[in-house]
Design a protein around this ligand. Structure first.
Ligand code: FES
Length: 160
C-alpha cells in the first residue's frame, strides 16, 4: 500500500515544520519512505511524495534517479555500496569490491537469494580520505581491511 501510516505521518508533519516550504523536505521524506518500505521505493511512492510536497512527480523522479542512495528496486537487508572512484581505487577500493563479490557470491546490482545482502558499485560516498570503505544502508565502514570485512559479513549472517 502506498502512503505513510498515521504514526509516521506525525514524523512527516515534524519534518515539514522544519522548512519554510514543503518541497524543501523532499530528501528526508524520501529517506523516510525508503525506511518504511524495507530500503526501497516501490511504484507509486514518487507520486505520493510529490503530492505531499506540493511538487511534480517528474521533480521527485529526478531526485530519486540522481542520488544513488535511493532505490527503485528491492535491496538486501544489508545494502552494501563500495566506492571504486579514482581516490578510493588508489586505496584498494577495487580489491574490496572484488573481495565482497567473492565472499557474497554477488555482482554489483544483485541481491542474495535470502535477501540478506545486496551489492552496488558506487560513485564517491564523500569519505575519500577514509578508503577503502563501504556504506551499509546509511552507515559508513571506513579504512577497512579484508579481515574486517570478513568479520562484518560473519556477524551480519549470525544476526540473520
Ligand atoms: S572517491 Fe571514494 S569516497 Fe570519494
Amino acid at each position: 500500500m502506498v502512503g505513510f501510516s498515521n504514526s509516521v505521518i506525525k514524523e512527516v508533519d515534524e519534518l515539514f515544520s522544519r522548512y519554510p516550504v514543503k518541497v524543501h523536505a523532499l530528501l528526508p521524506l524520501l529517506h523516510l519512505a525508503q525506511r518504511v518500505n524495507d530500503g526501497w521505493l516501490p511504484s507509486g511512492w514518487d507520486a505520493y511524495v510529490a503530492d505531499l510536497c506540493d511538487t511534480t512527480v517528474n521533480h521527485v523522479r529526478g531526485v530519486i534517479t540522481f542520488y544513488n542512495m535511493f532505490h527503485t528496486k528491492p535491496v538486501g537487508r544489508h545494502h552494501i555500496m563500495v566506492c571504486t572512484c579514482l581516490p578510493c581505487g588508489l586505496c584498494d577500493g577495487d580489491k574490496l569490491l572484488t573481495h565482497l563479490e567473492e565472499r557474497l557470491g554477488l555482482h554489483p546490482g544483485q541481491t542474495s537469494a535470502d535477501g540478506l545482502f545486496s551489492l552496488e558499485e558506487a560513485q564517491c560516498l564523500a569519505a575519500c580520505d577514509k578508503a577503502p570503505l563501504m556504506m551499509v544502508n546509511d552507515k559508513l565502514h571506513e579504512n577497512l581491511t579484508l579481515e574486517q570485512v570478513d568479520n562484518w559479513i560473519e556477524q551480519a549472517r549470525k544476526k540473520k
